[in-house]
Design a protein around this ligand. Structure first.
Ligand SMILES: [Zn+2]
Length: 84
């Protein structure tokens, strides 16, 4: 069947044209339309990425705190930035 929007020939049984026209509803769909399952997987991806970033930041901050306190303790024996 020919798409009424872009005029390209689509195989019979196609629900959507490449341009985004929906043959079932007879309306054009925005190309960015995603299904519920796709939005769920995107949400999970964002959650895991946020967890990974938080873990990385926490690890770096903890490393900086531990290493700086170790440097302070081992450097002079007391908590002072000036050499005695
Ligand atoms: Zn089309």
């Amino acid at each position: 069947m020919n798409c009424p929007q872009c005029g390209s020939t689509n195989p019979e049984g196609n629900l959507r044209c490449d341009c985004g026209f929906n043959f079932q509803s007879g309306k054009p769909e925005p190309p960015g339309t995603i299904t519920y399952a796709q939005s769920l997987s995107v949400a999970w991806l964002l959650i895991w990425r946020g967890l990974a970033v938080n873990f990385l930041i926490g690890w770096v901050i903890g490393f900086i705190i531990v290493s700086s306190s170790l440097w302070l303790v081992s450097g002079s024996g007391h908590f002072s930035l000036r050499p005695s």
